[in-house]
Design a protein. Structure first.
Length: 137
């Protein structure tokens, strides 16, 4: 009886496992976008609430409302002409870099790592902005 019950259980498990089917849904082509800004030197010194930082706006026309609200925005920086990218936020060349984004633009900030004092003007940088599309569920 135990042998018959064991065979029956194994058969049910085998049939259940064999009937499972994995479905992969492949969307159309790659809708991710990469935008480059090279030799960025137009930094503006800003002082707010007693703290100073530099900022620069990068025009990104491809950064539409869909990317801004549903996708992801990644920012990388490198010394001009270099191929070694550092992902922001990052302490790079003695400065703390961060960013914000909105439709049509990415704003990059540079400040002292401690957040105090007046930072030095950032060196010319190459900036890579990657826009990643996503489906909202």
């Amino acid at each position: 009886m135990k042998k018959l019950l064991s065979i029956l259980c194994v058969s049910i498990i085998a049939l259940t496992a064999a009937s499972c089917k994995k479905e992969t849904i492949v969307q159309g082509g790659n809708t991710n976008q990469t935008v480059y800004a090279t030799n960025v030197t137009d930094w503006t010194l800003v002082t707010e609430n007693g703290r100073s930082f530099y900022k620069t706006d990068i025009n990104v026309p491809k950064l539409d409302k869909t990317y801004s609200e549903n996708g992801a925005v990644l920012v990388y920086i490198a010394n001009t002409g270099d191929t070694q990218w550092e992902q922001v936020p990052e302490v790079f060349a003695g400065q703390a870099f961060s960013f914000t984004h909105d439709v049509g633009r990415v704003t990059i900030y540079a400040q002292n790592p401690t957040g105090t004092g007046t930072p030095t003007l950032p060196v010319p940088l190459d900036i890579k902005i990657v826009l990643i599309d996503s489906n909202v569920q």
